[in-house]
Design a protein around this ligand. Structure first.
Ligand code: BTN
Length: 252
């Protein structure tokens, strides 16, 4: 019988297998079902369209055709979900370099181009029969016009096609992205390397922010992201506060 893997024993490599669909409810849901069927780490579920795409905090993720929607299965510790989500956001920024597009990260992993959101990451944990899994869901507003997004998002969101003024090859972008995630995915104990690169791309650090968490609003200056992937805020009173999850409401 297999056993729950300890930190440091989790597989960080292995072959990538793509499972492709035309339309799904959510690629994260499909990936969850694959865990129950005994799928291997680095199984990547990709769909052309989602009808129930989910975002963080139970929000909807608009998923029209032309976007890139994928969920990567990783076998890992549930305590590492935040750092995995940091690595995933950084991997999107890295993949955009292949398009000659500069992007920044709003903590934890909103990917912004010109200050507007173009991609997001939703990492969910799943308990398997004898092991734990991270389902790394990534959505990119890729090859569709901006007016295909819900109108309420038009001020804050954009698409790659709109920013580049040309079509985007989703298949090449997918390959770049999975390649970047394999490079950035940190083995236990090597998290500092990915966080060091994340800090250089994160537009939240150094700003006065307001963070909406499940427990309430926190305000302060974002001073760092630690090796767990948590945001460190310095309050007006000079106190240091560690924020594990939340959504930045505004930055000044
Ligand atoms: C966010 O910014 O709120 C996270 C958005 C994550 C969307 C992706 S699309 C692929 C995967 N399947 C889902 O239902 N959600 C994630």
């Amino acid at each position: 019988m297999s056993r729950i893997l300890a930190a440091g024993e989790v597989p960080t490599t292995g072959p990538v297998r793509f499972v492709r669909h035309e339309v799904v409810d959510s690629t994260n849901e499909v990936a969850k079902a694959l865990v129950a069927e005994g799928a291997s780490p680095w199984t990547v579920t990709v769909a052309e369209k989602q009808v129930e795409g989910r975002g963080r905090f139970g929000r909807r993720w608009a998923s029209p055709r032309g976007g890139l929607y994928l969920s990567v299965l990783l076998q890992d510790e549930l305590s590492r979900l935040p750092i995995i989500s940091i690595a995933a956001g950084l991997s999107v920024v890295d993949a955009f370099r292949s398009l000659h597009l500069e992007a920044t990260l709003k903590w934890p992993n909103d990917v912004l181009v010109g200050g507007r959101k173009v991609a997001g990451v939703l990492v969910e944990g799943v308990v398997g029969p004898h092991e734990y899994w991270a389902i790394v869901g990534i959505g990119i507003n890729s090859d569709f016009p901006k007016d295909a997004l819900p109108s309420k998002l038009s001020a804050d969101a954009t698409t790659l096609r709109h920013e580049l003024g040309r079509r985007v090859d989703n298949e090449s972008l997918l390959q770049e992205l999975v390649g970047s995630l394999r490079e950035n995915y940190p083995a236990a104990g090597t998290e500092e390397r990915v966080v060091a690169r994340y800090r250089t791309q994160c537009s939240t650090i150094g700003r006065e922010v307001r963070v909406k968490t499940r427990r309430g609003i926190l305000e302060g200056r974002a001073v760092d992201v630690d090796t767990s992937g948590f945001l460190i805020l310095e309050t007006e009173e000079g106190k240091s506060v560690v924020v594990a999850e939340g959504s930045i409401e505004w930055e000044t």
